[in-house]
Design a protein around this ligand. Sequence first.
Ligand code: HEC
Length: 181
Amino acid sequence: MNSAETDCAAAFCHAMLTPDGRRTGRLNIAVGKGLNMRKAVLLGAVALLATAGLARADGLNLIEFRQTGMDLQSSGFAGIRAVVAAKGDIKTLEAPAKALQRWAALIPAVYPKGTETGGNTKALPEVWSDAAGFQKAAAALGEASGKLAELAKTGDADAVAAQVKLVGAACSACHNSYKAK
Ligand code: HEC
């Protein structure tokens, strides 16, 4: 991609992602300047996914999905704590810690607009009114879990035990602000 095309692609992207979703003049200019049509279609599809998002994924109840994810995460974390308490094989904790890290990266995506209410959701309105803070809380869990995976690999039981506490603190920090009791 030459730099003109890169600029065009960027302009196209920005045009597609304007908050009100209108097609703007910039979009037409970008395409007019010769943006490859396949790329245009692809970028359009990405932009549509970004706006329509998971909220409309057919047949998937996102409230149940995220609650199930949280339950699995909670079981995984309980297992990690049990191994630490029993002074078990620390190295086996790398995989479950990595799973926590991967899940943490997905958390923001399972709270799209449109899922504020329904089911028995315990998510507070702040998840949406303070989306940046919520994302930060999810990222904090990801970081703490990633570090836990690294430490597990080294087999250092004391460091792992200390890091497990930080992971637990990342759960509580988010729940305190974004989850009803
Ligand atoms: C970024 C914020 C965030 C982080 C980090 C987070 N949670 Fe949650 N958690 C929530 C929210 C919001 C809900 C409510 C979801 C709903 O009911 O729609 C929830 C719900 C839960 C539930 C109840 C699920 C159910 O069946 O209703 C459990 C258990 C749970 N979290 C455990 C954990 C554990 C353990 C961790 C850390 C390893 C953690 N959470 C980290 C935000 C978070």
